[in-house]
Design a protein around this ligand. Structure first.
Ligand code: CTP
Length: 433
């Protein structure tokens, strides 16, 4: 028995809490980060964080409280940061003996990870009886942001005193990161764990990203679709989803609320992004139709199968020994981008639509024609075989004014540039879609 165009696979919805393992080499190049450690078992994660910051290109200066040094040694942190660690305001290495001033003046940001309940209480009152709190108090408020990654037992975290302190620290200008949820070192389970190093890195990168899409909702399709022939076979393509996922991450870091409709790919969900997993073009179309109504930007980065088998066998199609091949008929899939671009909101300029074109040749001609055919203000062309599965790419941007190339770069960097280009166009006064 066969069903026509039936989708397989359940649609699932997940919020990206983990960090994408997309490359972020040099994302923090030129940034000087003062990494402060206070007393808590989460100090073990600070070692990994220090390494991640250095790998991302940052210069890291570690400052530790006496309590932090009970959990991890300054030797470890020195080896990982490649710089001597500061632990005392009486450190004689500074010519003027003012480590608290010198260290904070050099910083692009001070990141306290872990930030204990006690340390946050201390900051709140402006106390400064050791180097780290002294340095936080002495930092130039207007130019040196302070980020705190809290870490504590769940009861300590939920205590009204801690919650009051967090609220007041935010009012005082500190940027307090979320806490993780789960099993704690004490054996209890709940909120209060420090975020993982990769999550803190993502939050720091987002912190430094200009919020060009602040308050906007962005929907992105990514990856291939899979069109089933029978329960074990299907038609798909070589799209890895990397570009779409990089765009989701860049849009989220630029301040947007992002919904990512992903075909079958093996990629982690970018932090903070809402992901809907689908399999077939029909499912992708349904997911987009259900949620695009709230979006201001729609980016169709998916490599959607143009056709699906007319019928899908319930059971595996077997060879019958005759040497005959099965006769497959196809039916065209809905054009998701075209449908969205024809909607009233897109036509009235309330929804900015961006298409992709994966071509094998004559990129400029095909991309220019495709932009008009799809009815979108911006189309991004690339050569399919040289992008599928790769970490870098070359893009050709085509709009009503003409075309120009974004030279070969990592998909992470290209996505950041593309999001900035989209924001510029989407917010241009008098724009017509
Ligand atoms: N697209 C879509 N739904 C489809 C087919 C394509 O939303 N059924 C979107 C893609 O996500 C991409 C753009 O349309 O943004 C162009 O896709 P592409 O596969 O390059 O072009 P097609 O429209 O399929 O045309 P052709 O295969 O003839 O080049």
């Amino acid at each position: 028995m066969v069903k026509r165009g039936a989708g397989v696979g359940k649609q699932t919805l997940t919020r990206g809490l983990e960090s994408a393992t997309l490359p972020c080499m040099n994302d923090l190049a030129g940034k000087h980060i003062v990494l402060g450690l206070t007393g808590g078992i989460a100090c073990y994660k600070a070692a990994e964080l220090c390494r991640a910051l250095v790998k991302a290109g940052a210069q890291v200066q570690v400052v530790m409280t006496e309590a932090a040094a009970q959990f991890i040694t300054p030797v470890t942190m020195q080896a990982l940061s490649g710089r001597p660690v500061y632990t005392s305001q009486w450190d004689g290495r500074e010519a003027n003996n003012m480590a608290h001033i010198n260290l904070s003046r050099e910083a692009d940001a001070i990141l306290i990870a872990p930030a204990s309940a006690d340390f946050m209480a201390k900051l709140l009152h402006g106390r400064a009886d050791e180097l780290l709190s002294l340095m936080c108090l002495a930092r130039p408020l207007a130019s040196v942001p302070l980020l705190l990654a809290p870490a504590m037992n769940r009861e300590m975290w939920s205590h009204p005193a801690t919650q009051r302190n967090v609220a007041q620290l935010q009012t005082d200008g500190a940027h307090v990161l979320d806490v993780g949820q789960g099993e704690q070192a004490c054996g209890e389970t709940g909120d209060g764990r420090m975020l993982e190093a990769s999550e803190i890195l993502e939050d720091l990168l987002a912190f430094f990203t200009p919020k060009v899409l602040s308050g906007q909702q962005v929907m992105i399709t990514a990856g291939p679709t899979y069109e089933a022939i029978d329960p074990v076979r299907g038609i798909t393509n070589l799209s890895s989803g990397k570009m779409g996922f990089a765009l989701a991450r860049a849009a989220q870091q630029a301040g947007a609320r992002v919904t990512l409709v992903a075909g079958p790919v093996n990629l982690p969900t970018p932090r903070g992004v809402l992901r809907m997993d689908v399999r077939s073009a029909i499912q992708m179309h349904a997911a987009v139709q259900a949620h695009v109504g709230q979006a201001q930007v729609f980016i169709a980065a998916a490599a959607v199968a143009d056709w699906r088998p007319l019928t899908q066998a319930d059971q595996k199609i077997k060879k019958d020994g005759s040497g005959d091949t099965p006769a497959l008929s196809f039916v065209e899939n809905p054009d998701i981008l075209w449908t969205v671009a024809q909607s009233e909101r897109a036509q009235k300029g309330h929804l900015f639509c961006v298409g992709f074109a994966a071509e094998s040749h004559d990129l400029l001609a095909h991309a220019t024609a495709k932009r008009v055919r799809k009815g979108v203000p911006l189309l991004v062309g690339n050569i399919g075989p040289s992008t599928f599965g790769q970490d870098d790419n070359t893009l050709l941007l085509v709009d009503a004014q003409g075309a120009w190339e974004l030279p070969r770069d990592s998909k992470t960097k290209l996505a950041q540039t593309l999001i900035a280009e989209i924001a510029k166009r989407q917010q241009a006064p008098g724009r017509v879609s």
